[in-house]
Design a protein around this ligand. Structure first.
Ligand SMILES: Nc1nc2c(ncn2[C@@H]2O[C@H](COP(=O)(O)OP(=O)(O)OP(=O)(O)O)[C@@H](O)[C@H]2O)c(=O)[nH]1
Ligand SMILES: [Mg+2]
Length: 388
């Protein structure tokens, strides 16, 4: 394929052959003997970027597309490969540059302009065209991440309440070891599954309790951390033991997150005692299940899908940020724009305001790769596999 109409914009020769390993090996050593070398991870995409075929956000989306685990993630990555983030950034940069041009004109030719800088108008434009939309983009990350990586559902609770049993049932796979011994699970166990159309990552971990066992202690720490990062917490309690003060302590720890209180082992009791669970003290819905008999699991699945479908549904029309690096750059840009707006309002000198706007532009250009950081480039392209 002749340049520039190839993936890398360079001349490319593609050799097609029979796929057996011996034939491949022969051809590979032949071309290497003739002076070729094997590609670095992501080198083709990196060249495409360096030769201006795609911007950095598009290159990153290629990696996302390759690793996409579900349809929603594929759709999102494909939109970004087509340049959704690039175009969004371009609009912000244009607005910021036009604001800068207005200010710079005043700095350079103060006598040419009859009227002074329209600080109010400029600040209103920045709020409407830049600050508002970027704030929205930063907030979209929670959804973008859930679409890309799956909705994170963390199963937590005291030891022995049936967390691992529940994970196995929900994931329809024997992922975690189940025994009657309290403190069985130590590592965080992850299971990918799809409920309805919702892709999710279930996690099970050590039961939360104080322990002198050094291994269990680490397990509990990981468990706490895991639930902390969840999109949805399933707090499992035992119907047999009732809602204990330790259960309440765990609940209070996560009550600011979306959650469901799961009363497990209902096969062991005649009636579930909900006297400790008044609506005022409980931020979450309550469901009765038995991980042993499967009773109530259908409703639990429905409740999980219901909670998650707003966050992680496949249907999204707005631009979503799904890459943590992009989110950080947007946040930096946001801070700089905020500072510029404050400067405009508080009568700060024009050159300071212009500097803040320039900072915002730079943060945005880190997303597209127009502003560059060599180390960042290496990190990004190392994520790729060889040959991409
Ligand atoms: N009767 C009954 N027993 C259950 C149920 N769920 C779990 N069990 C039993 O309770 C015990 C503990 O189950 P696990 O799933 O290992 O509990 P866990 O919360 O993961 O425990 P740790 O990993 O130690 O924190 C096992 O003997 C399970 O068979 C249930 O719904 N009903
Ligand atoms: Mg367990």
């Amino acid at each position: 394929m002749s340049a520039p109409r190839s993936y890398t914009r360079e001349d490319v020769v593609e050799i097609q052959c029979h796929g057996g390993p011996a034939v491949l090996e022969c051809i590979l050593s032949l071309v290497i003997d003739l002076g070729a070398r094997t590609a670095q991870p992501g080198e083709f995409t990196q060249r495409a970027f360096l030769n201006g075929r795609i911007d950095l956000s598009q290159a990153e989306a290629v990696a996302d597309l390759i690793t996409a685990q579900n349809r929603g993630a594929t759709v999102l990555a494909a939109r970004q490969v087509r340049g959704e983030i690039k175009q969004t950034v371009r609009q912000f940069v244009m607005a910021l540059n036009s604001a800068r041009a207005e200010i710079e004109a005043l700095i350079e030719f103060p006598d040419d302009l009859d009227d002074h800088l329209d600080r109010e108008g400029l600040s209103a434009m920045l709020q409407r065209d830049v600050l508002g939309p970027i704030t929205k983009l930063v907030h979209s990350y929670a959804k973008g991440r859930a679409v890309r990586d799956g909705y994170r559902v963390s199963i937590t609770g005291r030891p022995n309440v049936g967390k691992s049993s529940l994970l196995n049932k929900l994931a329809s796979a024997e992922k975690a070891i189940v025994t009657p011994i309290a403190g069985t699970t130590r590592d965080v166990i992850l299971a990918d599954c799809i409920m309805g159309t919702l892709p999710l990552v279930l996690s099970d971990a050590a039961g939360i309790r104080g322990s002198d066992d050094p291994i269990e202690k680490i397990g509990v720490q990981r468990a706490l951390q895991c639930a902390e990062q969840a999109d949805l917490v399933l707090l499992v309690v035992s119907a047999e033991e009732g809602f204990t003060p330790d259960d309440r302590a765990i609940l209070e720890r996560y009550s600011r997150l979306p959650g469901i209180l799961v009363i497990n082992k209902i096969d062991l009791v005649d009636a579930v005692d909900r006297s400790e669970l008044s609506a005022e003290t409980l931020p979450w819905p309550v469901l009765n299940v038995s991980a042993l008999t499967g009773q109530g699991l259908k409703s639990l699945r429905e409740a999980i899908v219901d909670k998650g479908s707003g966050t992680a549904s496949e249907k999204f029309t707005d631009v979503l940020v799904s890459n943590i690096r992009h989110k950080k750059c947007f946040e930096e840009a946001l801070m700089a724009v905020q500072q510029a707006i404050e400067g405009l309002t508080n009568g700060i000198s024009e050159d300071m305001v212009s500097f803040d706007l320039q900072q915002a532009v730079r943060s945005l250009q880190l997303i597209t790769g127009e502003a560059l950081d060599e180390q960042m480039l290496d990190t990004i392209f190392q994520r790729f596999c060889i040959g991409k």
